[in-house]
Design a protein around this ligand. Structure first.
Ligand SMILES: NC(=O)c1ccc[n+]([C@@H]2O[C@H](COP(=O)([O-])OP(=O)(O)OC[C@H]3O[C@@H](n4cnc5c(N)ncnc54)[C@H](O)[C@@H]3O)[C@@H](O)[C@H]2O)c1
Length: 315
C-alpha cells in the first residue's frame, strides 16, 4: 500500500505522516511538497529515513505524475492556508488551492488511485452567530482562502460524480498543536508572550473558533480514509468553542505573564465572527476528540517553549 501525502512538510501534514508511521507502518509514504515558507524539511527531520520525499509543486503535472506513480491513496493537504495572506496575495491561493487540486485529481483519475481525500475547512461555510453547520449547509465562504478551498473541494466532488473517482472530503475546524507556523493565532500569542511583547488580538477578541488538536484531526482523517464511502463529506469539530481573548488569557496564565500584554488591533477585513460545526456524522463513525482544550493548549505551549530553535529564525 502506497500513499501520497501532499503538503506533508506543513503543520497538519507532518503530524499526519507521524500518525501514519505509528499506526500503519505497512504503508509506504510519499510526501510531495513545494516547501513554501510554511513547508519545512525540519518538520520531517525525525522521519526522513521512513518516507520518500519529493520537492515539487502540485500545479506541475509532470511532478504530480511522478509522485503519484504506484500510489493507492492520496491525501491532499497542500495549500496556501493563511487567511491574512489571501487578502494581500489571493492569486497564490487560487493557483494552489484550486488549480493544484485539479492537477492532482486529473492525475488520480488517469492512474490506479483507489481513494482520494481532499482536506478542506469549516471556513467554506462562512460565519454564523448561532447554531452549527452540518455537511448539508450551503457554502458561503468569506475570504479568498476559504473561497479557493471551496473551489478545490467542489472540483474534487465533481470528479466523484463525473469520473467515478473515489473522492472524500473532510472539513475540520481550526487546528492547533506542534509544528504550526508562527503566523497562526496560537503560536503567535505563545511566542509574543514568551518575549514579553504585546499580544495582538483582532477587534475586541470576541470572535469564536472551535479548536481541534491536530492529533485528534489526524485520527479523524485516518478514520475517514479507512471507513469513508465514495463521495462522503465529513465535518471534524471538537466542541471546544472559545473566543480569541479566552485563548490569549489561557496562554498568559500558562506562561505566568500579565493580561496587560493583550493589545487590541484593527480587525481583519471580512473577519468571520464564529465557526461552529455539527460533527454527528464522524461521531457515528466512532470518532470523538480525545484532547481537552486546556490540556492540549498547555502541551502546545510546552512544545513551543521546548522548541525555540524551531521558531526562533521565523519571527
Ligand atoms: N490549520 C488549520 O487550522 C486548518 C483547518 C482546516 C483545514 N486546514 C487545511 O489543512 C491543510 C493543511 O493545513 P496546514 O495548516 O498544515 O497548512 P500549512 O500552511 O502549514 O502547510 C501547507 C503545506 O503545503 C505546501 N504547499 C503549499 N503550496 C504547495 C504547492 N503548490 N505544491 C506543493 N506543496 C505546497 C507547503 O509547503 C506546506 O508544507 C490545508 O489544506 C488547509 O486548508 C487547515
Amino acid at each position: 500500500m502506497r500513499i501520497l501525502i501532499t503538503g506533508g512538510a506543513g503543520f497538519i501534514g507532518c503530524n499526519f505522516v507521524r500518525h501514519l508511521l505509528q499506526n500503519h507502518p505497512q504503508k509506504q509514504i510519499v510526501v510531495l511538497d513545494k516547501l513554501t515558507y510554511a513547508g519545512r524539511l525540519e518538520n520531517l527531520e525525525d522521519v526522513k529515513y521512513n518516507i520518500t520525499f519529493i520537492k515539487g509543486d502540485i500545479c506541475d503535472s509532470e511532478v504530480v505524475k511522478k509522485a503519484m506513480q504506484g500510489c493507492d491513496e492520496v491525501v491532499n493537504f497542500a495549500a496556501e492556508s493563511h487567511v491574512d495572506r489571501s487578502i494581500t496575495s489571493p492569486e497564490d491561493f487560487v493557483r494552489t488551492d484550486v488549480l493544484g487540486a485539479f492537477m492532482l485529481l486529473e492525475q488520480a483519475r488517469k492512474s490506479d488511485v483507489k481513494k482520494f481525500l481532499q482536506i478542506s475547512t469549516d471556513e467554506v461555510y462562512g460565519s454564523t452567530v448561532s447554531g452549527s453547520f452540518s455537511e448539508k449547509s450551503i457554502l458561503d465562504p468569506s475570504s479568498p482562502y476559504s473561497a479557493s478551498k471551496a473551489g478545490g473541494e467542489l472540483l474534487a466532488r465533481s470528479y466523484a460524480r463525473t469520473y467515478g473517482l473515489n473522492v472524500m472530503v473532510t472539513r475540520s475546524s481550526n487546528n492547533y498543536g506542534p509544528f504550526q507556523y508562527p503566523e497562526k493565532l496560537i503560536p503567535v500569542l505563545v511566542i509574543k508572550a514568551l518575549r514579553n511583547e504585546p499580544l495582538p488580538i483582532y477587534g475586541k477578541g470576541t470572535n469564536v473558533r472551535d479548536w481541534l488538536h491536530v492529533l485528534d484531526n489526524c485520527r479523524a482523517i485516518d478514520l475517514v480514509l479507512e471507513k469513508g464511502k465514495p463521495g462522503d463529506i465529513i465535518n471534524v469539530g471538537s466542541g471546544n468553542e472559545v473566543t480569541n481573548i479566552e485563548i490569549a488569557k489561557l496562554i498568559l496564565k500558562f506562561l505566568k505573564r500579565p493580561e496587560s500584554l493583550i493589545k487590541f488591533v484593527q480587525d481583519r477585513p471580512g473577519h468571520d465572527f464564529r465557526y461552529s460545526l455539527n460533527w454527528d456524522m464522524i461521531r457515528k463513525m466512532g470518532w470523538k476528540p480525545q484532547m481537552k482544550l486546556e490540556e492540549g493548549l498547555r502541551s502546545t505551549v510546552d512544545w513551543y517553549v521546548a522548541n525555540e530553535k524551531w521558531w526562533a529564525g521565523l519571527v
